[in-house]
Design a protein around this ligand. Structure first.
Ligand code: GLN
Length: 478
């Protein structure tokens, strides 16, 4: 069992003891980015000057002030759909290419108050719509483990940056798997918190009832630490529950005796690749050996999760993205004939094809005549899926699942077939539909050395269970 400290705790301790200074730590991260990111392209912008200035300021603080900062000097990457005051927030879209927010997202303020240093904004699929980070106007991000492969998405930039250890921590957003899936492909830990745990103020909205910001790290304990920092109450987001996560160190003991983990048949049915199945099966055997009780169960409505998700998220996206009209902010088309033409040209030129596809689909499912058949039905299915989980959690403490059907595939392999791509989200979207937390932790790699993540899902507000299991898994797999 590992008793060593997590990378972030170790770093912060050293800085607080005066053995390291923030300037050196941040400079080291920036140097790694300069060296590695030309080929990976995980950052949309790198904030050399700003980060170094801030590190200098932090070094000047008194020892007492430093003691109060749980992320003192920690270099962080922030997904580029999370607003940063004075720093472009592009959403990887032409529509927001020059958008400079006048305010910080609540999570950004929380990170800064904790002493973190933002070293850059990370790449994503345009408006977080995608699973591969191939639809970014800033170019494709490459998987740090194999540059011919996708890093996953949409938080592919954050996951690749952490996986390659250019930064120890990053934040991403997860609407249907965008934190967990890229972490699975890049060998990182990714946590989607309970809906309402973390403020969404300043997160550019994709599908508001599903979106949630969460941590991406190399160690489960650092995910817990980061979550405790970013899960503060916030009156600026009415869906923020004001229930901060308490990062109790006694969670990290590796003792899982008596824990019941549900294994839904539907998550291990056909469609799952042998590589992923073998890796997770081996883990289940080890967990059993440690006294975990595996509970076989069925969640019959999971079958409809993808269909429901893609109706609901596109419906919400079509409404959320109506604000990009060329009037208020963002891109505006030139050489137009009329106001209507300006709206049309702005949206035609400003959005990429995946975003347009979703706006059209979303508008369709919300239109009168189709609303009952699609949107309303999907909303009902959502409730059924939440009930499946409630029932499952009556007999187990957490559920185990794959994160993605296969390890990372090749760049270009699926991008021209949206339906195929949507289907790869099969294991992640249900947590967002049900509002429950989910974590992806590295499991054993595939025979050809590609990372494979394993997912654990728990009842709402029980991220502590995920931390506990995640820590044990981390120790088993290391
Ligand atoms: N891949 C999913 C989608 O394209 C999830 C995206 C996300 O979580 N932001 O909708």
């Amino acid at each position: 069992m590992t008793i060593s400290k997590s990378p972030v705790n170790n770093l912060v301790d050293q800085i607080q003891r005066g053995e390291l200074c923030c300037v050196d730590v941040v400079a080291q991260s920036l140097a790694k980015i300069d060296k590695m990111d030309k080929s990976i392209n995980s950052f949309v912008s790198v904030l050399h000057e700003m980060a170094m200035n801030r590190a200098e300021q932090l070094d000047k603080l008194s020892a007492d002030e430093k003691k109060k900062m749980p992320l003192l000097g920690v270099a962080v990457g922030v997904k580029d759909n999370i607003c940063t005051k004075g720093i472009t927030t592009t959403c990887a879209s032409r529509m927001l290419k020059n958008f400079v927010p006048m305010y910080n997202a609540t999570v950004v303020d929380a990170l800064l108050n904790a002493g973190a240093v933002i070293v850059g904004k990370t790449n994503l699929d345009e408006f977080a719509m995608g699973s591969t980070t191939e639809t970014s106007v800033n170019g494709i991000t490459h998987n740090p483990c194999d540059s011919e492969r996708i890093p996953g998405g949409s938080s592919g930039g954050s996951a690749a940056a952490v996986g390659a250890k250019m930064v120890e921590v990053a934040v991403g957003s997860d609407t249907g798997g965008s934190i967990r899936q890229p972490c699975s492909h890049c060998g990182a830990v990714g946590l989607k918190p309970t809906y309402g745990r973390v403020s969404r103020f300043g997160l550019v909205a994709f599908a508001s009832s599903l979106d949630q910001i969460g941590p991406i790290t190399n160690d489960i304990r650092d995910a817990g630490k980061l979550l405790s920092v970013i899960s503060q109450p916030d009156s600026r987001d009415s869906t923020c529950a004001g229930k901060p996560f308490v990062d109790d160190q006694s969670l990290y003991t590796s003792d899982l005796k008596g824990l019941r983990i549900g294994v839904p048949d539907e998550y291990f049915a056909r469609g799952l690749s042998d590589d992923v199945r073998t890796s997770i099966q081996k883990l289940m055997d080890s967990l059993k050996g440690q006294g975990v009780e595996l509970v076989q169960l069925s969640m019959p409505n999971l079958e409809y999760a993808i269909a429901a998700y893609y109706i609901l998220c596109t419906a919400e996206a079509s409404s959320n993205l109506a604000r990009y009209d060329g009037v208020k902010y963002g891109f505006r088309a030139e050489k137009v004939d009329s106001l209507d033409d300006m709206y049309a040209q702005t949206r035609e030129q400003g959005f990429g094809s995946e975003v347009k596809r979703r706006i059209m689909l979303g508008t369709y499912v919300l239109s009168s005549g189709y609303y009952d058949a699609y949107y309303l039905k999907a909303a009902k299915v959502r409730t059924l899926i939440a009930e499946d989980f409630n029932k499952a959690f009556g007999t187990c403490d957490a559920v185990i699942a794959p994160v993605a059907p296969t390890p990372a595939f090749k760049i270009g392999e699926k991008i021209s077939d949206p339906l195929q791509l949507y289907l790869t989200d099969i294991y992640t979207v249900s947590a967002n539909l049900a509002g429950i937390p989910g974590v992806s932790v590295p499991c054993w790699k595939s025979p050809d050395g590609l990372p494979i993540g394993v997912q654990f899902l728990s009842p709402k507000w029980r991220e502590d269970v995920l931390m506990k299991i995640g820590f044990a898994v981390q120790n088993i797999v290391q």
